[in-house]
Design a protein around this ligand. Structure first.
Ligand SMILES: Nc1ncnc2c1ncn2[C@@H]1O[C@H](COP(=O)(O)OP(=O)(O)O)[C@@H](O)[C@H]1O
Ligand SMILES: [Mg+2]
Length: 274
């Protein structure tokens, strides 16, 4: 991967994006004039209070939600629908309960848009089951897996079709600390090999710093850009950046910003109940 200062082409552009959702009390603004770019090979994390509009941002890139104003451009073209160029890992419901582990991973590979031959499909599926520690569960259905395993299955399914863009909504949130850290390292390895452009939503400041080239901090609802931070570490990234003094400084800085936004959100809630 390259650093964020490189003159790589812009792949994802948020251009003055606003979203209003209808409520019983009229429209509720969830995103307010959000503009930022994600360049080829960049890893951009979005961090901000829960309920502020992060998933909505990802849903627009995914083609599941249309902006009320402004637009999101993928390679210069407005997003109009979901597509196989974007691998999406949702916050929940990431797997099909009626398909086994193997069938879930194969699913995307069978779609016309990313179709590969039967043998290659079996090889790819085998490889990602192995990487995610799911080989012994190939013929199990999701309801017989732990939460962490279901999450790994969702990740395997998204990786297997080798999308150009990975859109991940708190993908590691349900995992225990050890699995989470293994999944982070695996993600870095996959990216090193396949050079994707990534948008990650996370609650974890540490995760954002460890993985990203840039971090977009957004405000309490409606989400606006609070600040965009360049992460001073290159790739390949090693575990020991956690011990770099700049890591601790950055963590303290971002935690403070996020805390301020949670406070702003709490004040809004008080105003609304007055
Ligand atoms: N399709 C929708 N219709 C109406 N309201 C929605 C819809 N999707 C999200 N919201 C509301 O928009 C706000 C932001 O949601 P979301 O983007 O999921 O936030 P986050 O991911 O930051 O927690 C929340 O108040 C949520 O209830
Ligand atoms: Mg969310």
């Amino acid at each position: 991967m390259i650093d964020s200062t490189g003159a790589q082409p812009v792949r994802i552009r948020f251009d003055q994006v606003s979203v209003d959702f209808p409520t019983d009390h009229g429209p509720m603004r969830v995103l307010d004039k959000v503009s930022f770019d994600i360049r080829q090979g960049e890893f951009v994390s979005i961090i901000g209070p829960s309920g502020c509009g992060k998933t909505t941002m990802m849903n627009i890139v995914g083609g599941f939600v249309q902006p009320t104003q402004g637009q999101v451009l993928l390679d210069g073209k407005p997003v109009s629908a979901p597509g196989p160029d974007r691998g999406v890992i949702f916050q929940e419901y990431g797997v099909f309960p009626w398909l086994t582990v193997r069938q879930n991973i194969e699913f995307g590979l069978k779609l016309a848009s990313s179709r590969v031959g039967a043998q290659e499909r079996a090889e790819i599926t085998q490889r990602y089951m192995g990487l995610m520690g799911l080989t012994d569960f190939a013929n199990h259905f999701p309801k017989h897996l732990s939460g962490g395993m279901r999450q790994r299955l969702a990740i395997a399914r998204a990786y297997a079709v080798r999308p150009q863009f990975l859109l991940m909504d708190e993908p590691f949130g349900a995992l225990d600390a050890q699995t989470r850290s293994a999944m982070q390292d695996l993600l870095l390895q996959v990216l090193e090999r396949e050079g994707k452009t990534v948008m990650l939503i996370t609650h974890s400041v540490e995760e954002a710093i460890y993985l990203s080239s840039r971090i977009v901090v957004v405000t309490a609802r409606p989400a606006r850009i609070r600040t965009i931070i360049d992460v001073p570490f290159g790739y390949p990234r090693a575990e020991n950046v956690h011990e770099d003094p700049r890591f601790a400084e950055l963590r303290a800085h971002i935690r403070e910003l996020v805390m301020q936004e949670y406070e702003a959100q709490a004040r809004q809630a008080v105003r609304m109940s007055d």
